[in-house]
Design a protein around this ligand. Structure first.
Ligand code: NZQ
Ligand code: ZN
Length: 390
């Protein structure tokens, strides 16, 4: 096990009615005038936005709104939010939504106190250390941004989708998680969220660092819970207990607990980010396509941990690592299919993907060699994208 620092300062309030605490939570950290950020309309239609704003008013906190954040959020909304926030003199942001809304709020929180272009942080020219505080009312368990220090924004000019990672600057100060708010999710979004949270565990689990049995077992435990609960939420979208288990899994998958003490990988995410940047697909659905392809490549090049996953999570019994790895991949693919997820480019709706373009952008954005489990060059990532065509 490697040395590590584990710091997750987000305060979580979980359960029915959690969103009612928004005024209290905002007050507790001294917010007085906030920006309420939301998406394309689900929070308005469900009445959630109105409830949140009422609670803020009752707590004596004034607000301005920034709505219309789209999935795979882009930089123009961030610039708009920075201008609005400065004009209105806000001292914090409240994201009501999923990863796209939260990540936009985080980018604005970073941009307001900074004199230059917020993209400097995403481009790696500066390290992010200061931001306005962000609170979250989560409506979709998926990206895990409610507990992560990351923000993923696409720069429209060149379609660069970049994940900015910070240790603590961008971790929300608090997050309110009410599983009931997820009852209205379309099945495809529920399923894509499940693939995304599983991917967040895989990126940490597929590691060459030895002797991390505790972290392996935590990761396997969360994966097993997701696999057990996922069919229930698909069959009964208003099953509170199943939704609750899935919602908390989404947070645990990405708050860092599944990665402690080891080197992580993240290639599947890097490869998927290029797909959702260019083709605008749902991030988790893109992962359901890339992950089996990445694992298939690894079964031939570094099968040990893929085999362990197959044995411990899907109960495959082959002794030979390569065979067990392939059996595990088959079981995972069948699981994704059972949720109605695509597992190939064609099923994702991309008939002839521009693979050379994806590979070029991938290595421009991430470097010549990428990944911690089995470092990959452009020739190899090209091979993996091709495996995803099927
Ligand atoms: O915009 P509205 O109308 O709210 O609809 C949204 C959107 O269409 C809908 N939705 C959300 N909650 C709902 C609901 N519909 C009905 N009922 C509800 N309760 O779901 C759609 C997807 O929303 P989005 O916020 O895009 O989903 P998600 O949480 O999957 O976020 C995806 C974004 O997060 C990034 C992804 O790349 C992508 O841009 N990621 C962020 C990470 C992070 N910050 O740590 C890590 C992840 O790996 C990921 O890359
Ligand atoms: Zn993800």
């Amino acid at each position: 096990m490697d040395n590590f620092t584990f710091y997750t300062p987000t305060r979580y309030t979980f359960g029915r009615g959690a969103e009612e605490k928004v005024g209290e939570e905002a007050q507790r950290i001294g917010m007085k005038r906030v920006m309420v950020v939301y998406g394309g309309g689900s929070a308005v239609r469900s009445g959630l936005l109105g409830r949140v704003e009422k609670r803020l008013e009752e707590a004596g906190i004034s607000y301005v709104e920034l709505g219309g954040i789209e999935p795979n959020p882009t930089d123009p909304k961030v610039y708009e939010g920075i201008d609005l926030g400065r004009r209105e003199g806000i001292d914090g942001l409240i994201a009501v939504g999923g990863g796209s809304v939260i990540d936009t709020a985080k980018a604005i929180a970073l941009g307001i106190p900074y004199d230059g272009d917020f993209w400097d942080f995403y481009a790696g020219r500066l390290v992010a250390t200061t931001a306005l505080p962000v609170g979250v009312v989560l409506t979709i368990p998926a990206a895990g941004s409610e507990g992560s220090g990351n923000s993923v924004i696409t720069k429209l000019d060149g379609l660069h989708k970049i994940s900015l990672r910070t240790e603590s600057a961008l971790r929300p100060k608090w997050a309110l998680l009410n599983p009931e708010l997820t009852f209205t999710l379309p099945p495809y979004q529920t399923a894509s969220g499940i693939a995304d949270m599983m991917a967040h565990i895989f990126e940490r689990y597929f590691s060459t660092t030895p002797d991390v049995e505790i972290t392996d077992r935590v990761a396997e435990g969360v994966l097993l819970a997701i696999i057990e609960e996922a069919p229930k939420v698909m069959a009964h979208p208003d099953d509170y207990q199943a939704r609750a288990n899935i919602m908390w899994s989404g947070t645990l998958a990405h708050n860092g607990i599944c990665g402690t003490g080891r080197r992580e990988d993240w290639v599947s995410h890097f490869m998927e980010h290029e797909i959702s940047a260019v083709y605008g697909v749902t991030h988790g659905a893109g992962l359901a396509v890339i992950i089996p392809a990445w694992m298939t490549f690894m079964a031939d090049h570094r099968p040990e941990k893929i085999a362990q996953f197959g044995r411990r999570v899907f109960g495959v019994t082959s002794h030979d690592d390569r065979t067990a790895a392939f059996e595990g991949i088959e079981a995972l693919t069948a699981f994704f299919r059972s949720l109605g997820l695509p597992v190939s480019f064609a099923e994702l709706g991309i008939k002839s993907p521009d693979i050379p373009l994806l590979v070029k952008k991938l290595h421009e954005n991430k470097g010549a060699t990428i990944g911690g489990y089995y470092p990959l060059t452009a020739t190899e990532t090209m091979e993996i994208y091709k495996l995803a065509v099927r």
